[in-house]
Design a protein around this ligand. Structure first.
Ligand SMILES: [Zn+2]
Length: 321
């Protein structure tokens, strides 16, 4: 019997949307596409059976969610169109999983529809939602690495791993993952939250930014916070991570403590930033993102609902700037 690498129990607050589901074994195989679970995408829209778009959404980027959605039973013979590309993802409880890109104007087969992946969060079963995210990411990588970045020759998919190799010069391109940190600064009973101009009205979140070559994650946290709001931090603590397939990030979330400096939002990037008491938090991002989990977990910890002893000394700490 094979080991299930994703079977471990994870406490709910750290169980992230898009994380690899239990029962899934990623892999490659040099076979022609066959029957199994098919994650068919057109851009970021997934081919699904779905109900009317009547369910409310907590995601400002999603106007409404379908009342229900199911991954349809599909195969290469029932798609009704020839995929632009198809990638074997692995097996889910012994069933082969395929990612496929539909040609741009392809109409959905009868009874099915296209739905933006974000709109399917909390509607499609978590397992299929996660594998659809993986499919989205691998299709995008495959589509953008058709030519060698060094010599411009057409690349070829490797048969034994997810990689594209250049037959002319040997350069191998692996699926790209861009690490980005999320930093939640706490000071006493307050949290530092910021908003950028493209957020919907009233919404605030933790600070975030991409890791630069040559820095550790902890250094990245300190730099991003300093750059975006001019605040110095200490005690950087890991919270959790989340694969984020729009298009290829890995979000790594931390909490940290204020160590000095007043809040000075960086013009052009941060519209406004402020300290919020954990009992009076503003509108937060959707539960699809690790930002929301991070903010809620740290707020709960400060309120004393977290681990025993977590709220020690907070009541005496200064608040506000
Ligand atoms: Zn090359």
């Amino acid at each position: 019997m094979s080991v299930d690498p994703y079977a471990q129990e994870i406490e709910p607050v750290r169980a992230m949307p898009f994380m690899a589901p239990p029962g899934f074994l990623g892999g490659c195989r040099p076979l022609q596409p066959g029957e199994g679970h098919w994650y068919v995408l057109q851009g970021d829209r997934l081919l699904v059976e779905l109900g009317p778009m009547t369910a409310p959404s907590d995601d400002p980027r999603v106007r409404a969610r379908p009342a229900w959605a199911r991954l349809p039973a599909l195969g290469p013979s029932t798609l009704g169109f020839e995929p632009v590309r198809a990638i074997y993802l692995g097996e889910l409880q012994g069933v082969a999983c395929w990612a496929a890109e539909a040609p741009a104007p392809a109409p959905a087969p009868a009874g099915l529809g296209w739905a933006a992946l974000r709109a399917l969060f909390s509607v499609l079963p978590d397992t299929h939602f996660a594998l659809a995210g993986r499919a989205l990411q691998l299709l995008e990588w495959d589509r953008t690495h058709r030519y060698c970045g060094r010599c411009a020759a057409p690349t070829e998919a490797r048969r034994d791993e997810h990689a594209r190799a250049c037959p002319a010069c040997g350069l191998v391109a692996y699926p790209r993952i861009a690490p980005a940190v999320m930093a939640l600064v706490r000071r006493g009973r307050t949290l530092l939250l910021a908003r950028s101009a493209h957020f919907p009205p009233g919404m605030y979140s933790a600070l975030a930014g991409f890791v630069e070559p040559g820095e550790t994650l902890e250094q990245c946290v300190a730099r991003e916070v300093a750059e975006e709001v001019g605040v110095e931090v200490c005690n950087v603590r890991y919270f959790a991570s989340q694969p984020w397939p729009f298009p290829h990030s890995l979000m790594i979330a931390f909490s940290c403590d204020w160590a000095g400096g007043g809040v000075l939002p960086r013009a052009g990037e941060i519209e406004t930033a402020d300290w919020f008491d954990v009992l009076q938090l503003p509108r937060l991002p959707s539960k699809i993102s690790i930002a929301r989990r991070l903010i809620e977990a740290v707020a709960a910890e400060i309120r004393g609902a977290g681990e025993p002893g977590a709220a020690r000394s907070d009541a005496r700490a200064p608040s506000g700037v």
